[in-house]
Design a binder for this molecule. Structure first.
Ligand code: TRP
Length: 335
């Protein structure tokens, strides 16, 4: 079987929570151990600038996210792990792709359209607060992907459209010039991909309902205790499929343990007891990684050196690719 190249970026805004872990990071790290795949994971710090104008937050988030992936055991000898802004070829490709990506395609991007809609809803000028960064976000994302000829792009549902746009942009470029780019495809992790937050809605920073991944024991226990439940008393059967506590349980437990908890729900387990067991379960999966994380956060020099080594490896690919692209469009040395 042929090697398959997998690539995904993580925008460096905010602190990693259990939803990111279960939906994206844990499956990505697992998949990266597959002998038949080559993984490229990167900190999308250029993308962070689109959403966030607080430099301290972006710096902190970049550090936390890098430390998280390393703490969870990403093998950076196998996977290529780097920071987007360390790869200057990406910005160059971004520009070149801007020159073949259709403006009309960008007009259809959900993120941009919802900003426009929000402005129109309140009677503002449609473009109020819309930056060129937001508008051309999908082109930068296409540059991230096409640079490495990545084929499989694990993303959340909200990003599928962007991967499709990258595919469109690649096709158009290949058609206009020469066949330089492979066509990427989005991969959405279907099982248990979307974790519920403490209020029962999708766990998301924008709802303030997240449980940060590396909370220490006490705050973790507290956060789990705060998960919203109904008021059913101990002894009264509870519906596991309508419960955030159960959903989180299933995201961390084995099949057998999940079946056992399902029975306990039907037998009327007390909420306090279910939460206590949930805490023990999550805590035991994360305890070692949390120790690694704390150590890494105290050793930024190590994180930095790992990222720089990753960038060096990534640039072996991007350097060659940008030469091909330049050649294809006709820029470069006079001969
Ligand atoms: N835009 C993605 C997000 O917010 C992050 C990202 C940037 C990305 N570049 C990428 C994901 C390339 C996959 C491939 O989630």
């Amino acid at each position: 079987m042929a090697m398959q190249r997998v690539l995904t970026g993580i925008t460096t805004t905010g602190t990693v929570h259990l939803g990111n872990y279960v939906g994206a990071i844990r499956p990505a790290i697992l998949a990266s151990r597959d002998e038949l795949s080559e993984s490229f994971f990167f900190l999308a710090d250029y993308h962070a600038l689109i959403k966030c104008s607080d430099p301290a937050l972006i710096r902190q988030s970049s550090k936390e996210i890098a430390a998280t992936w390393l703490a969870l055991g990403l093998d950076t000898e196998k996977a290529v792990f780097y920071r987007q802004s360390d790869i200057p070829e990406i910005s160059e490709l971004n520009w070149i792709l801007c020159c073949s990506a259709a403006k009309g395609l960008m007009n259809r991007a959900h993120a941009y359209k919802s900003s426009i809609q929000a402005n129109e809803d309140v009677g503002e000028d449609a473009d109020f607060g819309v930056t060129m960064g937001l508008f051309s976000y999908p082109v930068l994302m296409a540059a991230d992907i096409l640079m490495f000829n990545a084929e499989k792009i694990p993303v959340g549902r909200d990003q599928i459209q962007h991967v499709e746009m990258a595919r469109d942009i690649a096709q158009r470029f290949n058609h206009n010039f020469t066949e330089v780019f492979s066509l990427p495809e989005a991969v959405v992790n279907e099982d248990g991909a979307v974790l519920q937050g403490t209020d029962g809605r999708k766990m998301s920073k924008s709802y303030s309902n997240t449980i940060p991944l590396f909370l220490s024991e006490k705050p973790l226990r507290k956060a789990i205790n705060k998960i919203r439940t109904n008021l059913l008393e101990p002894g009264v059967p509870k519906d596991p499929d309508d419960s955030t506590v159960f959903q989180l349980w299933a995201a961390f437990a084995s099949t057998e343990e999940t079946a056992r908890m399902r029975n306990e729900f039907q037998a009327g387990i007390a909420w306090g007891e279910a939460k206590k067991q949930l805490f023990e379960l999550i805590n035991s999966e994360l305890a070692d990684a949390r120790d690694n994380y704390t150590r890494l956060m105290d050793d930024p020099g190590h994180i930095e050196s790992v990222l720089l080594q990753g960038a060096e490896r990534a640039r072996q690919y991007s350097g060659k690719m940008i030469c091909k692209v330049r050649e294809a469009v006709g820029i470069g040395a006079i001969r």
